[in-house]
Design a protein around this ligand. Structure first.
Ligand SMILES: Nc1ncnc2c1ncn2[C@@H]1O[C@H](COP(=O)(O)OP(=O)(O)OP(=O)(O)O)[C@@H](O)[C@H]1O
Ligand SMILES: [Mg+2]
Length: 156
């Protein structure tokens, strides 16, 4: 089932990423959908914090993929510049690995994405206001979204 979380500030986006990051297990996949400047990379910084990554996570737009070692390895993709040219890049091997994969602009590599994943859409509603829509595909992701929204309610 889809879940929605309303965000009021940049810090809340990072904190939400941290909460999600604490629930992630090796091999999981997150896609981040939303316009330029929606907050996809900002949210990924929060995930990285939860994974104990100390290097600064910034946009992988020009390199397509950046990898960071934390509790688990994080593979952070930005498919924007691929514009659909996703053949023969070896991404499937990474998707099948134990890396936690976070993908910005997943629509450009839709044809090679596994079905089981957590799709997140970030909608800009004001200078700092964002709406996060969580769409889990698969039982493990349903569980994660359930935990994420419970935790969110408990701590306001
Ligand atoms: N609540 C918020 N959450 C996330 N970003 C916010 C928020 N409020 C303001 N911002 C600003 O919005 C911008 C988000 O940039 P970010 O790089 O995370 O976007 P993005 O979705 O990754 O964009 P791109 O598609 O270009 O990669 C930053 O300048 C950030 O300071
Ligand atoms: Mg980005």
């Amino acid at each position: 089932m889809n879940k929605i979380i309303e965000i009021q500030s940049l810090q809340e986006t990072i904190d939400l990423g941290k909460k999600l990051g604490r629930l992630l297990r090796p091999g999981m996949m997150i896609t981040l959908n939303g316009d330029l400047g929606a907050g996809k990379t900002t949210f990924t910084k929060g995930i990285g914090q939860a994974l104990g990554i100390e290097r600064v996570i910034n946009s992988p737009t020009f390199t397509i993929l950046k990898q960071y070692q934390g509790i688990y390895q994080l593979s952070h993709f930005d498919a924007y510049r691929l514009e659909g040219q996703s053949d023969d890049l070896g991404f499937e091997e990474i998707f099948d690995s134990d890396d936690i994969c976070v993908i910005e602009w997943p629509e450009f590599i839709e044809d090679i994405l596994p079905e089981n994943r957590l799709d997140i859409t970030i909608l800009r509603q004001g200078p700092q206001q964002r709406q996060f829509v969580f769409r889990p595909n698969g039982n493990i992701y349903e569980d994660i979204v359930g935990e994420l929204t419970n935790e969110n309610n408990r701590h306001g």
